[in-house]
Structures are given as structure tokens and as C-alpha cells.
Write a protein that binds this ligand. Structure first.
Ligand code: ATP
Length: 294
């Protein structure tokens, strides 16, 4: 996670993620699903600005007028949890520059929470290790620990057990984000646990040792079917992606965003151009060319 000092503040960049593989292994007694997923952090960032403030005063603002910035915001929850776990009574003013589309399966909220933990740990001089911060993050959400192990990781359990992986080569994607988001809980309610889950071994080998072509044959997302049932617009989006002839395309996480995996940057720019051109009538579709984070 990239940290930059700025006049009297710290700026922490919070990347989005895509799931290039997601399998559902079973339903647990606590209501969560056991999953196995390969996540890759990508170069679309929110930024969390953190400034020291008088003791006890924790405030959040955002440039996104739609995003609630009250106690439920994951940045606020991260600050409150860090204070509770470390008995730190210091204050902070935080500002969230929101760029990652919400409820899209890109885990923007989780990444913001991880960035807030990193920034506050530094500004409040708490001195927690990365592993300790990831432990606090796991209490906030299943995707939060991943952001302490970028650029890529194999994540199991609810997603909170993280085994870091390094892609053999930079990967280029085009993200396509429809205006309507999807609730993760509703998608999981509809998912059917497969009798024989895919192991994901081949996708890990492809990421570690091969390039995008090797990876493209291994993409999988078990949540895509239930998401399509809830939101038929995603099917049209996947058709549009297919028409641009990328290496491969898939919905990310629990949707509603989808991505195309491309051969290289040049190919990604081509795919994005075609997608934007084909989507002229739908100005609400947001298209981003991104690469895997360094
Ligand atoms: P998830 O699977 O965690 O829902 P997602 O990528 O689909 O992930 P996010 O944009 O991360 O979706 O967050 C989903 C919901 O969490 C939002 O609809 C919003 O109400 C709430 N939320 C809380 N804090 C934030 C935040 N900082 N940024 C975005 N959403 C947030």
C-alpha cells in the first residue's frame, strides 16, 4: 500500500481488486461460505488522507456526495476498531477520495479500511506490524487482509486467510462497471455449492509462472451464475466484453463489475476503446484500463 507524506497529512492509496478465480467450497454453520479465491490488486485507486486531530476527535469527509461518511463507513469503523484494540485515544481527520465504483465486487470499501489502518497506525505512532494490522482488518471484513498482501494472493476461509503470490508478468485488464451495484449477501444466498469444487491449482501455477495467455484458460467465478440471475444486465455486459475479443472475460467477486484480461497494455486500450464505442448509448457504464499493482 503506497504511502505519501503531504502537507501535515499522509496520503494512502487504496487499490481495487479483481478475482481471477473464485470457487465456493461449502456453507459454514456461521452462515458464511468457505471460498478459495485468487485476488489481484489493480491500478484503480481510492485515496485516504489522514491528519492528526485533537484527542478523541475522529472525522471523515469524502469527495463522493453519495457515499455515507457516518459511523458505518468502513474507514470510520477501521479507526474505531484500531482505537479499541490499542487503547489509543488520539484523534484524526480523514478524507476519502473515492474513485472505485461501489458494490461492484472491486472491494473498494475493504481497501479503504486497510488504507485507513495503515495511515492511522503511522499518524498515531501505534507501531503495529503488517500482520497485526491485517488481523484487525479481518474483524472488519473478509477482503480486508488481502490488501496487506498485494499485488496478488490466494485467499481461503471467508477470504481472510491470505497466501501472497507474485504474478510472473504484469497483467492488463479492462474493468467494466455498470451503474447498478449488487449486494454480496444476496449473491451468496443464491449460490449452489458444487459437488466437486475446482481446486484452483492450475490458476495459481499460471499466475506464478505464465503470462496472461496461460492465465486466461483458468479464469473462473462460481458467483457469476447467481449474480446473472439477480441482474440480467450483467449478461449483456459480458456479451459486450466478448465482442471486443479479449483473451478472456469474467465477472469479479460478487459483481456487478466485469473485466477483460488482455494480452498487454496496447490490447487493453483497444478493448476499452471498442467497449466505450459500443456503450455510447449507455453513458453510465464506466470503463477503466488497469494493470496489476507492482
Ligand atoms: P463487498 O463484497 O465488501 O460488499 P464490494 O466491492 O461489492 O464489496 P464495496 O464498494 O467495497 O463493495 O462496499 C459495499 C458497500 O459497503 C457499499 O454499498 C457501502 O454502503 C458500504 N461501505 C462502507 N464503507 C465504504 C467505503 N469506504 N467505500 C465504499 N463502500 C462502503
Amino acid at each position: 500500500m503506497l504511502i505519501e507524506p503531504a502537507a501535515g497529512a499522509l496520503l494512502v492509496r487504496a487499490p481495487a481488486k479483481v478475482n481471477v478465480f473464485l470457487e465456493v467450497l461449502g456453507k459454514r454453520a456461521d452462515g458464511y461460505h468457505e471460498i478459495a479465491t485468487l485476488m489481484v490488486a489493480v491500478s484503480l485507486y481510492d485515496t485516504v488522507e489522514v491528519k492528526e486531530a485533537p484527542a478523541g476527535e475522529v472525522r471523515l469527509s469524502s469527495d463522493d456526495p453519495v457515499l455515507p461518511v457516518g459511523a458505518d463507513n468502513l474507514v470510520h469503523r477501521a479507526a474505531a476498531l484500531l482505537q479499541a484494540r490499542t487503547q489509543c485515544g488520539r484523534g484524526a481527520h480523514m478524507h476519502l477520495y473515492k474513485r472505485i465504483p461501489m458494490a461492484a465486487g472491486l472491494a473498494g470499501g475493504s481497501s479503504d479500511a486497510a488504507a485507513a489502518l495503515v495511515g492511522l497506525n503511522q499518524v498515531w505512532q501505534i507501531g503495529l506490524s503488517t500482520a497485526q494490522l491485517a488481523g484487525v482488518g479481518a474483524e472488519l471484513g473478509s477482503d480486508v487482509p488481502f490488501f496487506f498482501s498485494t499485488p496478488a494472493a490466494w485467499c481461503t476461509g471467508r477470504g481472510e486467510h491470505v497466501e501472497p503470490l507474485m504474478p510472473a508478468r504484469p497483467l492488463w485488464f479492462v474493468l467494466a462497471c455498470p451503474s447498478a451495484g449488487l449486494s454480496t449477501a444476496r449473491v451468496y444466498e443464491r449460490v449452489r455449492v458444487p459437488a466437486k469444487p475446482l481446486s484452483g491449482e492450475a490458476v495459481r501455477i499460471a499466475l506464478r509462472t505464465g503470462g496472461p495467455t496461460a492465465l486466461s484458460g483458468q479464469l473462473h467465478n462460481r458467483l457469476q451464475e447467481p449474480a446473472l440471475e439477480l441482474c440480467p444486465d450483467i449478461r449483456a455486459l459480458l456479451e459486450r466484453l466478448k465482442a471486443t475479443r479479449p483473451l478472456c472475460y469474467l465477472m469479479t467477486g460478487s459483481g456487478s463489475a466485469a473485466f477483460a484480461l488482455c494480452k498487454d497494455r496496447h490490447d487493453a486500450l483497444r478493448v476499452a476503446r471498442l467497449l466505450r464505442h459500443g456503450a455510447k448509448e449507455d453513458s453510465r457504464l464506466r470503463v477503466f484500463v488497469v494493470s496489476s499493482c507492482p
